[in-house]
Design a protein around this ligand. Structure first.
Ligand SMILES: [Mg+2]
Length: 182
């Protein structure tokens, strides 16, 4: 079930991330315009038509890699109105995964990207991974999406996007909710 490591972090089986203002500081359907292209020198940056850079927040790759190293399934749940922009950028953006530059999308087992209540996104992830809601932790910057807690998912609000401190807060909230904290 849920595992603990030596530093006493309780890792959920599955961690789900919103995209906009959770993994990157913009709305992909509002603030940028296709076509998108990868930066020639720094492959973790993608540029839009008008020279706006799209890049993850600083701590994101390290957090995702740490979860991956602990066998956690990583998923995306975004309600953007432009899913194809999101998929395109996650394909163009290359980050280091397991020591190798790869499309950022490779971090994620499942990407549920479409408008509407995130209850649906969580239901689809639970079904596809055959995982219980109580084993899922969801990071998101919008409090309206807290409604997923009705299912039993742990919700962690991120006022300033995903970073080391907010990720640890999420793991603690997950442990508390599931009665696993020390
Ligand atoms: Mg968001």
């Amino acid at each position: 079930m849920t595992r603990k490591n030596t530093s006493s972090i309780v890792y959920p089986k599955c961690v789900v991330f919103d995209l906009d203002y959770t993994l990157w500081p913009l709305w992909i359907d509002t603030h940028v315009t296709p076509p998108f292209r990868a930066d020639e020198k720094n492959s973790s940056i993608v540029w839009d038509r008008y020279g706006t850079a799209i890049q993850f927040y600083d701590d994101v790759v390290a957090i995702l890699q740490d979860l991956r190293d602990h066998g956690v399934s990583l998923c995306l749940a975004s309600r953007t109105c432009e899913p194809k922009y999101a998929f395109r950028v996650l394909d163009l953006m290359k980050v280091t995964i397991d020591g190798k530059k790869q499309p950022a999308k490779n971090f994620f087992a499942i990407a549920e990207i479409y408008p509407g209540s995130k209850i649906t996104h969580m239901q689809n992830i639970s079904k596809k991974l055959n995982i219980e809601y109580k084993d899922m932790l969801f990071f998101d910057d919008e409090s309206r999406n807290r409604e997923v807690e009705r299912l039993g998912v742990t919700f962690q609000l991120l006022p300033d996007g995903l970073n080391k401190a907010s990720s640890l807060e999420g793991y603690r909230a997950f442990a508390m909710r599931n009665g696993l904290s020390r």
